[in-house]
Design a protein around this ligand. Sequence first.
Ligand code: HEM
Length: 411
Amino acid sequence: MTQASLMRQITDFANRANPYPLYEELRKTPVLHEEEDGPYVFSSYWDIEALLHDPRVSSDAANLTAAGADELSKPEETGLPPSFIRLDPPEHDRLRRITNSAFGPPHKPRRIDSMRGELADIVTGLIDGFGDARQIDLVDQFAYPFPVTVICRLLGVPREDEPKFRGWVDPVVASLDPDTRRDADAEFRKTAQEARMQLGMYLSSLVEQRTKEPQDDMLSDLVSSHGPDGAMTMMEVLSTSLLLLIAGHETTVNLITNGMLTLLRYPDILARLRDDPGLSANIVEELLRFEPPVQIVPQRSTIADIEVRGVTIPKGSRIWLVLGAGNRDPERFSDPERFDPDRGDIQHLGFGSGVHSCFGAPLARLETQIALTELARRLDGPRLVEDPPPYRQNAVLRGPRHLNIAFDALR
Ligand code: HEM
């Protein structure tokens, strides 16, 4: 492994199934900067944690563009303003607060708390749908349809439109990858911009309906919220709902799939979960450390000179935070390469940290706890058909494309 190629190896598909030996190599150079215009890459837990809390490190799409990337977020390219994941305080905080009140308005029980029964019903329906088959693709038959159904219900997006919006979501998600070769590919960028625009137009017709006839869903609440932070503009509603639609399922699918893959590799823990559903909370936290669905946060840049470990990172530099490497940093976790839901301290970086820490974390946790508990309980004698499974191309949102599981019977 040559030092000069480490940064490019992070996005290299050859390392997708098992990036962790590469991360061990990366942590030996905690501030990695291999190419003059390239990013500064951070892989140690404490550095990543500090940078996620540093106000001199910006998520603002405009600063990223100045740092030489991310055309996608320019409003003039897509017709939509950046969503709050790509904004700094105070704009970020205002939009996040309004969204939060739509997620759990103070006058109603929090939406997700009241969804537990509904989530369990969706899971039961999907598992019943395996029918007489004794082999399934967990991704296509369970881990993808489950969170899609949930986020559609939560937002008020018709579930049957999924084939339509999936065609637009795929290129947008692909464009999140900081693949340095593709950054230069005008055709690829154009496809992603058009897809984002199509998604915006699709959502605008739903938002228009909700403006006229509000329903009990988040789109209606986003349109009508008039709290202390005022109202969102129509364009803000669109970019926020687009963020929720994509973030709400493209990550959870990988947590569920990585979760089942890991449990099948650690059958003693799977057996314990079958007998004790109470273990699911710790299992999900340890999964977020051990196999985090978001491996890298590449959308950051410095708005001042900052110093890390004696290295000056000049203002305007692009930064990659490799969460998957920080989560296995031996300076932070003992025996980090072991999947151990009994470890007392699992303060992982799987949901990020600081002002941008995952907005949907309570929902993602609940969905994955219910999903893994029910799969453990109902699949008799589950086993992997191929290990490692085939992976998706994406390095940022990492997970298997298929996970074929054979079993003896359905309980
Ligand atoms: C932000 C991970 C599920 C909505 C983030 C961030 C991470 C993350 C690492 C920080 C990004 C950054 O710092 O730039 C995950 C994982 C999930 C998950 C691993 C599933 C296992 C969800 C769900 C939703 C959601 C279900 C929506 C219902 C968001 C939003 C942000 C965010 C809106 C932006 C927060 C902000 O900028 O303030 N997520 N997420 N996520 N996530 Fe999630």
